[in-house]
Design a protein around this ligand. Structure first.
Ligand SMILES: *Cc1c(COP(=O)(O)O)cnc(C)c1O
Length: 710
């Protein structure tokens, strides 16, 4: 039969034109009956069609997309209300209560009833769909029958006083949005049911039911029963055949047609209003006379043209997976937080260290995810990181571990941040600002980086005497807790810490919350009598490198690093490649060029230190010198590699994995450095909640739909 294509999307355009017909009555000037058929009968397929398409796609992922659909509809509705604000005000405005009713129940302008109604309709249809298909359809059909009485069959039911009162009340309450209850659920669920007949049968069914609907329409018209005419007894029948007909030929999508149809739908009332205004101009009045075909054509052409222009001006998205990107598996992060929390003694909480943009994992989204896992305390390195978290809406305590210049005390206070006191002078300088400030005192127990010497009880006492300092905690940092051979040094640090705390307590000074262990302190040492463990690197599911600590709960790596294959080329034996001609082919060699380089945060040395990538689940060695934006990979062993394939530089592909620890080790560093330096340029995040499956092919759906991070 005829060719397949994105007919569902293209039919939306026709449906939008039919809606314009309904509102302009193109044939009213020439033949009233023809106009009645076109606008009051045939064009009534338009809105049910939109609904059936929505229902069909919502059902496809078991209504999981309903939330997104509702949000999007709400956003479009909000934009539309604003768009028509001038018209509504010009049209006489209304009092506040009237506005409320219009906004929530009627959709502010006649054609916008669709938005509030569809919000209601989707909620109802989703609830009904939980009853199972048959029950849901029966219930929705019942609602539809009920609704008919207030629509095309009003003349019939209004002969009885009871029903009449019911429908009049409905009209009073929600003039148009009643459709959300009576009309929309049925079409959504019919679309969701996706019934199909073979092409011929569907066509015959459609034509027959359209004939029946025509007859029904004209009979009702002659009886004068119609209060409104969007619902017919035969309309659902007509729709299931039409939808089957279209669905049968549907293949692929035409997003542009989708956008244009929505824009035409949204914009055309403005042009109807303008045409109305045009009729007052003497030279336009004649040709534009109400309901003339020309008026319809002008409104349609103007709507289409402005839709086309707006669509052309729309910002084009750049997908995050187009070049080089990090994938952040938030379910792994949540798992790790819970696994670490399980190791903590009672009354000890996890303080999540989110410095350096959460070690390259994206601080705001990590913080939000950790919050959901029950984490309420966070640590960062500096003021700007703390402010960034607050701006992202992160609550709880945020401790700044590093130095903040004293004159920035107002900023610390404004953002409710807690400052670590780096040494005695820093503490006094902070206090000298004359403003109360929450602080934790850092004690130097042997690292000799930040902190007041733990033995210097006099200095500590002097700081406690400063009224401005609200000392809420005392902490220290271990510098060799990762090294079992230096365990005595670590024990010494712990002893000095607890001695200092004891001395404070004996002097009647409250040290507040104590903390001294970070990742390796937690996993290598016995539990400490502290309020917090400050965990950084292990939260992200990796060790720093080298050996594993004594205890190693099952942790999942959170970050993967991926890039695309830009092209593949073949070198003859003896050919050289790359800067410095550092690579030489010993045999015929296929080289893939990847879209990632040292400016994306990969150490440049990696490519000549045994660096490798995974392509189509196979490990391939890097070749030659890494460039700023690209690197070469020897893919001779994987002949299927193509441009557009996804390469994994850190993480899993199939049953192969390149751990971050391996990459760090090759470059003579630790994962902390490797990860926190990633992505200084184009590397954008994908936040995913599940493990990726299939990684190759430009069109491979490699990930479940994830949220993109700014
Ligand atoms: C970075 C840092 C941490 C976190 O260290 P990890 O080893 O990544 O857990 C804890 N405390 C302080 C003071 C830090 O600077």
């Amino acid at each position: 039969m005829s060719a397949r294509g994105p007919v569902l999307d293209r039919f939306r355009l026709l449906a939008a034109v039919l809606v314009v017909c309904i509102h302009t009555g193109p044939l009213a000037g020439c033949n009233a009956a023809a106009d009645f058929w076109l606008c009051r009968v045939f064009a009534r397929i338009a809105v049910p069609f939109f609904l059936m398409v929505s229902g069909y796609f919502l059902e496809k992922d078991q209504w999981r997309g309903a939330e997104r659909f509702l949000k999007k509809t709400l956003a479009i509705y909000a934009a539309a209300v604003l768009l028509y604000l001038p018209l509504n005000l010009y049209g006489g405005g209304y009092h506040l209560p009237e506005w409320g009713k219009r906004l929530f129940l009627d959709g502010t302008l006649y054609h916008l009833w669709y938005f509030p109604a569809v919000l209601l309709g989707v909620l109802i249809a989703r609830s009904l769909s939980r009853l199972g298909r048959r029950a849901a359809l029966t219930a929705a059909a019942g609602l539809y029958l009920l609704g008919l009485g207030g629509d095309s069959y009003y003349g019939l039911v209004s002969q009885f006083s009871g029903p009449r009162a019911f429908y009049d009340a409905t009209f009073l309450l929600f003039q148009h949005t009643r459709n959300g209850l009576f009309y929309i659920p049925l079409f959504l669920l019919l679309g969701a049911a996706g019934m199909r007949w073979r092409g011929r049968r569907a066509l015959a069914g459609f034509l027959l039911s359209l004939g029946a609907m025509t007859a029904e329409g004209f009979i009702l018209r002659s009886l004068g029963w119609q209060r409104h005419d969007s619902m017919y007894l035969t309309l659902p029948l007509c729709m299931v055949f039409l939808f089957s007909l279209l669905l049968d030929r549907n293949q692929g999508t035409d997003r542009r047609a989708r956008r244009l149809s929505m824009l035409v739908y949204l914009l055309h009332p403005w042009f109807i209003a303008l045409a109305g205004a045009g009729q007052r101009l003497p030279w336009l009045a004649g040709p534009l006379e109400k309901n003339s075909l020309l008026r319809f054509a002008a409104v349609l052409a103007a709507s289409l043209a402005s839709a086309w222009v707006l669509d052309a001006l729309r910002p084009l998205p750049v997908p995050s997976r187009s070049r080089a990107w990090r994938e952040i598996d938030l379910s792994a992060l949540r798992h790790n937080a819970q696994a670490l929390q399980a190791l903590l003694p009672e009354r000890c909480a996890l303080m999540a260290v989110l410095k350096a943009d959460a070690y390259g994992h994206g601080a705001p989204s990590s913080a939000r995810c950790l919050w959901r896992a029950g984490v309420r305390d966070f640590a960062v390195a500096c003021l700007s990181e703390g402010i960034a978290l607050r701006k992202a809406g992160v609550r709880g305590t945020i401790l700044i571990l590093g130095y903040t210049p004293p004159e920035l005390v107002p900023q610390l206070r404004r953002w409710h941040l807690t400052q670590a006191v780096a040494d005695e002078d820093h503490g006094h300088a902070l206090a000298d600002q004359g403003l109360p400030l929450r602080v934790h005192l850092a004690l130097d127990t042997g690292m000799h980086r930040l902190g007041i010497p733990a033995e210097d009880i006099a200095a500590l006492t002097r700081l406690y005497a400063r009224r401005e300092l609200r000392i809420e905690g005392v902490f220290s940092h271990l510098c060799v807790s990762d090294n079992p051979e230096l365990e005595r040094y670590t024990t010494g640090q712990l002893d000095r810490f607890s001695a200092a705390v004891d001395r404070l307590r004996r002097q009647g000074l409250d040290p507040g919350k104590l903390h001294i262990q970070s990742s390796y302190g937690l996993l290598n040492l016995p539990p400490q009598p502290c309020a917090y463990v400050r965990a950084g690197i292990v939260l992200y599911g990796v060790s720093s490198g080298g050996g594993l600590p004594r205890r190693w709960p099952e942790l999942h790596p959170v970050l993967s690093l991926r890039a695309r294959v830009a092209c593949v080329r073949t070198l003859r034996p003896g050919d050289r490649a790359g800067y410095g001609l550092a690579f030489q082919a010993e045999r015929e060699t296929r080289l893939a060029v990847l879209t990632i380089g040292y400016a994306d945060g990969l150490p440049r040395a990696l490519s000549q230190q045994g660096g490798r990538v995974l392509l189509r689940g196979v490990s391939c060695p890097m070749a030659g010198r890494m460039c700023m934006d690209q690197l070469l990979v020897d893919v001779t062993g994987v002949p299927e590699v193509r441009a557009g394939d996804v390469a994994t530089l850190i993480g899993r592909d199939g049953d192969q994995e390149i751990p971050a620890e391996e990459v760090a080790e090759r470059c003579g560093t630790i994962t902390n450095e490797l990860l926190s330096r990633l992505g200084k340029r184009a590397c954008s995040y994908r936040i995913v909640e599940k493990k990726p499956e299939l990684l190759f092919g430009p069109d491979a759906r490699i990930l479940p739909r994830g949220r993109k991070m700014a």
